[in-house]
Design a binder for this molecule. Structure first.
Ligand SMILES: [Zn+2]
Ligand SMILES: [Zn+2]
Length: 222
């Protein structure tokens, strides 16, 4: 899949994993301000697009996701309330970095986990270290290591929340996995679920680790 297509594909609703596009805008959960859900009808439909896109009504995905998102949302809010401003800023910077690089993280994560059939066993962990004085979000972190980590490596409650999110298999998607971007200094981490379609699977074999590290460290954003 070409890079621009990965980008379109992976700016997604965290419930239905529908991608941002004509008739589909994404809005942040007002509680945690982390997960995004699709909202219909915010933008006027573009010319030549069908107005009959079968898509849930406004906020429907957020409502549908709530039973499973609740635990993750409250945990994120509790974390935010209990950490200082500096840590909150670190989390924001991790989140911004993850969002900028989401397409390549998705592409490499699919190769690392989904193509190998390992998406149920572990997640993609990306360990990063702050680049001092770097203002651009996509260059703010240097990668120290990327690997597939087992769920056993995170606290049980956290693993259970991740599994609950991934268990909501949605029609049209082939599956989903988590990418966790972790600051090695503070231990703070941003975890993002990434859904993929059957079309994303079975691409050319690639050295996903090298591609991911090189691309993240170059600060290249498609
Ligand atoms: Zn949705
Ligand atoms: Zn939330």
């Amino acid at each position: 899949m070409p890079a621009h297509q990965w980008k379109r594909e992976f700016t997604q609703c965290q419930h239905c994993f529908k991608s941002k596009g004509p008739g589909v805008t994404l809005s942040l959960c007002a509680g945690c301000k982390i997960d995004t859900y699709c909202v219909r009808g915010r933008v006027p439909p573009l010319l030549h697009t069908t107005p009959t896109l079968t898509h849930p009504q406004s906020k429907e995905c957020q409502r549908a996701a709530w039973p499973t998102h609740k635990a993750r949302c409250r945990a994120a809010q509790a974390t935010r309330a209990s950490i200082g401003d500096a840590s909150a800023a670190t989390l924001d910077a991790l989140r911004a970095f993850t969002a900028k690089h989401r397409p390549v993280i998705a592409e490499c994560g699919v190769r690392a986990l989904a193509d190998g059939g390992a998406a149920d066993d572990g997640f993609l962990q990306i360990d990063v270290r702050r680049r001092p004085g770097e203002a651009r979000a996509e260059r703010a972190w240097a990668v120290e290591d990327v690997r597939v980590a087992p769920y056993a490596s995170v606290p049980d409650a956290h693993a259970a929340q991740m599994r609950a999110v991934l268990a909501q298999r949605v029609p049209g998607t082939a599956g989903a996995f988590f990418a966790v971007v972790r600051d090695v200094e503070s231990g703070l981490a941003n975890s993002a679920p990434i859904g993929y379609t059957a079309a994303s699977l079975g691409g050319e074999k690639m050295p996903w680790k090298q591609v991911l590290v090189r691309s993240l460290n170059a600060g290249l954003v498609v």
